[in-house]
Design a protein around this ligand. Structure first.
Ligand code: MN
Ligand code: MN
Length: 304
């Protein structure tokens, strides 16, 4: 069950309302890396979790994120409330000012509605814990950027607390992941041995770099793509087995839509071609406009 205590998790103080900053704070309220997304992601992973120890962890952190949501919402509300009365301040967040009367709602800083699409829930703990580690890293960096652009000491302190809690959460999720042995690769199916240590250098040219991520004992590195692809030794041509009725339809369509490289049909582009059209089936209509005449043309086209 959930219950509510009528106190914030951390005492907050705003020296001077700053609607523009309040708008940016909404990233951590209704944004992709915000507190509601974190709370829902971990809590719903917790509902799906069969392992009692990690279920406990997910519910603890998920519930703490709701307490963070309460802090961020309270801070944003204090900053955005004046937008209701003041034209200049309303411009910082017209949606909150006009539709919301200065009250916060579940939007990000650009007014996009919060969506469950933000959540990463796969039902596989070793995958979900990695998503959570990444989510905490994103939350940390967003708080860091918010801290960097405010001078309000009270806000700095509150955001510093929230940022630090994300560091603590990242540590817990990392421990929970590494407490699963083995945890890599994720899931139950093993990888195919001969492809699991292959590095394919598909972006070639100046800037090619070698490092432990693509070279050395752990890697079979492929630089010569022409020689080695398709990597399975096959012909790389896709094929599908169809029953005879489907095959007949497919053959008929292939015949009807086949390109005829020997034809040179007259098209709309040919019929309408004028100067600048280049070569067409109807003949060359004078080629590109003379570069010297370009300023004159621009002048001719300019509104009177
Ligand atoms: Mn949080
Ligand atoms: Mn967190």
């Amino acid at each position: 069950m959930y219950h509510h205590i009528k106190k914030l998790m951390y005492t907050v103080r705003v020296d001077e309302p700053d609607p523009r900053f309040g708008n940016m704070l909404l990233e951590q309220f209704g944004g992709a890396n915000g507190e509601l997304a974190a709370a829902m992601q971990y809590s719903i992973q917790g509902l799906n979790c069969e392992d009692p120890a990690r279920k406990d962890l997910l519910m603890d952190i998920g519930t703490e994120e709701l307490s963070h949501l309460e802090i961020v919402g309270t801070l944003a509300r204090m900053h955005l409330k004046p937008t209701k009365f003041n034209r200049e301040q309303a411009e910082a967040d017209p949606l909150i000012a006009i539709a919301g009367g200065g009250g916060v709602n579940l939007f990000n800083s650009q007014g996009n509605a919060w969506t469950a699409d933000y959540l990463k829930i796969t039902g596989e703990l070793d995958v979900d814990l990695r998503s959570n580690i990444a989510a905490e890293a994103r939350a940390k960096i967003v708080y860091e950027r918010l801290i960097n652009i405010t001078d309000d000491p009270g806000i700095k302190e509150a955001l510093g607390f929230l940022m630090t809690r994300e560091i603590a959460h990242q540590k817990s999720f990392e421990k929970a992941l590494y407490a699963i042995e083995d945890n890599f690769p994720p899931g139950k199916l093993p990888g195919i041995e001969k492809f699991a240590s292959v590095y394919v250098n598909t972006s070639q040219g100046e800037g090619d770099t070698t490092g432990p991520w693509n070279s050395g004992e752990q890697w079979d590195r492929i630089d010569d793509l022409e020689q080695t692809m398709p990597i399975d030794g096959g012909d790389g041509i896709p094929s599908v087995t169809l029953d005879s009725a489907d095959q007949a339809v497919a053959t008929k369509m292939a015949k009807r839509t086949m390109s005829d490289p020997s034809g040179d049909p007259l098209t709309g582009a040919d019929l309408g071609a004028g100067p600048g059209a280049g070569r067409t089936t109807n003949g060359d209509k004078g080629g590109a406009p003379d570069i010297e005449s370009a300023p004159a043309m621009a002048e001719a086209n300019a509104p009177a």
